[in-house]
Design a protein. Structure first.
Length: 148
């Protein structure tokens, strides 16, 4: 997990927001084992994500090709970050996938009203998470094409 000051990278990357250390370690391990060429910037809370994206916009550095957000984080939640992304003209086309343990209807409703691209509930265990991560990467990084 890198410090925000060392980024953004110059190549394509995924921005990942997760405050739970174990969940983050599992997801990052899956990515590094399955897709070692895929760069991931992991930040521990929503405010860091917002600051990171604002800095990228100000400096004209590359934006992520995908944002993965947990929603239950201290400070700015993932839903707050989603709303921020959708409010910024230069960010709003970036695909945002919510990956959360919450299956609460109010969270799903708010996420889809805020135009998330997908809302996935974190599965239990490493194998379930691996399956979800492989599906996310396959669709959003290999097969999906967006106009920026």
């Amino acid at each position: 997990m890198a410090e925000p000051s060392s980024y953004p990278p110059q190549e394509s990357y995924i921005l990942y927001a997760e405050d739970n250390y174990i969940d983050a370690r599992f997801l990052l391990r899956i990515f590094y084992k399955q897709y070692p060429e895929q760069h991931i910037v992991h930040l521990e809370n929503g405010q860091l994500v917002k600051d990171f994206l604002l800095r990228a916009l100000e400096e004209g550095t590359p934006l992520p090709h995908l944002v993965l957000l947990d929603i239950k984080m201290p400070g700015l939640s993932g839903l707050d970050v989603l709303e921020f992304i959708r409010s910024e003209r230069l960010l709003r086309k970036i695909p945002v996938v919510i990956l959360s343990a919450s299956g609460e209807q109010r969270d799903l409703t708010r996420a889809y009203h805020s135009r998330t691209n997908a809302y996935l509930i974190k599965p239990e265990g490493y194998r379930g998470l691996k399956h979800v991560v492989l599906s996310i990467y396959s669709f959003w990084s290999q097969h999906n094409r967006i106009v920026v």
